[in-house]
Write a protein that binds this ligand. Structure first.
Ligand SMILES: C[S@@+](CC[C@H](N)C(=O)[O-])C[C@H]1O[C@@H](n2cnc3c(N)ncnc32)[C@H](O)[C@@H]1O
Length: 369
């Protein structure tokens, strides 16, 4: 099992991530009732609420922290309505994350509306620890949260020869990805099991393949990943990139089904079950692409294409960039990437119908018995 984060996964920096990903914020907003229910359950558990002097929360894979500000504002206010105990929120992301943007957003140095001065005795900490490792000391966490992050694998098990993502993979290559994802999910859970207090909870909103076979950007219209792939493939055909560069651009991601998420909890003898974790509930839900939704109102294809492409760019540009040969100079690589997104943008502008990045998630609450 690898504890090493797959290379080159970085969201756009400088707060751009949160500005361009309002859909990810809508996903987090959707978790609020689930998080409040989990918190109330932790509070009513004498083991978790016990003698601890303060509340301890984590936000794993937080990026620049902008998308979860409202969630933590409401969680902290919910606690303050009944308790004066100190609150600590640990914002964790992989070490390559833009922690400057995170600190500046949280401490009110940007236009984002931080909650920090609204709640007494609330402290935030930042951690560069991956969720594939231990983030917090044993038996210290009341509630761990993560949104739209755990689809990033700890390592890329292989390149996919005829697609850029596991959703288009088949045969032995798909098997490799499933095996990696299964190990990674268990690793994530076992680290959390150690950190959680007895009676503590985890609330995760993770990308998934849902019961209808839908997943991010592949609901009722065009398949976004097939579009990524067709442009990248066309670049090979036109001699813009080599076939090695094509296959290096394999996204180190996996979208579990509900069955795959539930599987480690089902066998009483599994490591995860023995560590005390129980799956309290899981449901799938789609959040509409905000840019496609806006387009239905304004009807301006140019504006839609201009708004839509940056949201995709925030999370996959670093991987496309890393797929290009290091023998190319930086300027050449930059031009290829600009060309890639310009091609995509023109495609959407010319024929916007069906383009959308709907967010398809599995929302789950996990408890430690
Ligand atoms: C799409 S962003 C989600 C940000 C935020 N949670 C949200 O929902 O808007 C995914 C985040 O997961 C982080 N990430 C990827 N692998 C990680 C790992 N192994 N440990 C911690 N964070 C990771 C990325 O750096 C990125 O910030």
């Amino acid at each position: 099992m690898s504890d090493v984060q797959a290379d080159n996964i970085t969201m756009s920096g400088g707060g751009l991530y949160s500005l361009a990903t309002i859909g990810a914020k809508h996903v987090i907003d959707y978790t609020l009732p689930r998080v409040i229910d989990a918190l109330d359950a932790v509070r009513s558990s004498s083991a978790a609420a016990g003698p601890s002097a303060y509340w301890n929360f984590s936000d794993m894979g937080c990026a620049d922290g902008g998308t979860s500000l409202d969630l933590w504002r409401k969680v902290a206010a919910h606690i303050r309505a009944q308790s004066t105990a100190d609150i600590q929120i640990v914002y964790a992301d992989q070490a390559r994350n833009d922690f400057n943007a995170l600190v500046q957003i949280l401490h009110g140095l940007t236009d984002f509306d931080t909650y920090l001065n609204e709640i007494d005795d609330l402290r935030i900490l930042q951690s560069g620890a991956s969720f594939y490792t231990s983030v917090l000391p044993a038996d210290s966490l009341h509630l761990g949260f993560s949104a739209t992050a755990m689809h990033w694998l700890s390592a890329k098990p292989c390149n996919i020869s005829d697609h850029v993502h596991m959703v288009g993979a088949s045969g032995a290559e798909l098997e490799e990805f499933s095996k990696q994802a299964q190990q990674d999910w268990a690793t994530i859970l076992l680290h959390r099991a150690r950190e959680l207090k007895t009676g503590g909870k985890l609330v995760f909103a993770n990308f998934c393949r849902d019961e209808q076979g839908h997943y991010l950007g592949a609901t009722d219209g065009m398949n976004m990943f097939d579009t990524f792939n067709s442009i990248w493939q066309r670049f090979v055909d036109d001699g813009v990139i080599t076939s090695e560069e094509y296959s290096s651009m394999t996204l180190p991601q996996y979208y579990n089904t509900v069955e795959e998420f539930a599987s480690p909890f089902e066998n009483q003898n599994s490591e995860v079950a023995k560590a005390g974790l129980r799956l309290d509930s899981i449901e799938t839900h789609s959040v509409r692409c905000p840019f496609a939704e806006d387009f239905e109102k304004h009807g301006d294809a140019k504006k839609f294409a201009r708004d839509y492409i940056p949201t995709i760019r925030t999370w996959n540009e670093s991987i496309f960039h890393a797929g290009l040969s290091a023998k190319r100079d930086a300027q050449e690589r930059r031009e290829i990437i600009e060309n890639y997104y310009a091609t995509y943008q023109n495609m959407v502008e010319e024929n916007p119908t069906g383009h959308a990045m709907d967010y398809v998630h599995a929302y789950m609450t996990i408890g430690k018995a």
